[in-house]
Design a protein around this ligand. Sequence first.
Ligand code: DC
Length: 215
Amino acid sequence: MSKTIVAVDGPAGSGKSSVSKQAARQLGFGYLDTGAGYRALTKTALDAGIDLATVGEQDLVVLFDYSISTEPDNYWVKVGDKDLTDAIRSQEVELNVSKVAAQPKVRSFMRQITRSLAANCPNEGIIVEGRDITTVVMPDAKVRVLLTASEEVRLGRRSLDLPGNGSLEAQLSDRDKKDSKVVDFLNPAPGVTLLDTTELDFEQSVTALVDLINH
Ligand code: DC
């Protein structure tokens, strides 16, 4: 039987990562966080002193020896033998990742990596989560979902993730603005199911996603 691919898009703070991960656990599926790739590439370029505007011009195969776990209960991100699991969540990466993710050569490189990681995942299914997954990366996925929530709710969820971050509000809407110039992740493309979690708590959001996958 061929693998069940589930594609989940959504804006920052929509809960797409935690909801996708928990749904994958419940289904025995793999889970792929595609934002981690853009974050790890940004961190690698910063550490190497590369001008971020030129990341797309670099030899990415040489620069970026990337690996990521697809097990929902054992999440890690590496470049070469360097573990970047925590480093990719830093403020430095948060503030710079949009510059890297906006470059077409970076996006096409990351698209290949994502497709190959999903194809090689050993589970019977995988939930692949990230901005352009339902439209550009996995347009043929069996289930395609745009997970969203009102801006107010998204800001609230994000501040629970990162307590004590005063400029969070500005950062989040700023990043969504920058990212939305590259990818339309706020409106579902034809054939993509909109899952609005504004009125749902975490467990209800997970159940709604699992139901969509099972039906
Ligand atoms: O989902 P995230 O916050 O970890 O994403 C990090 C950055 O990467 C964010 O600027 C959006 C971008 N991204 C993207 O352009 N395409 C994806 N498939 C995933 C993330």
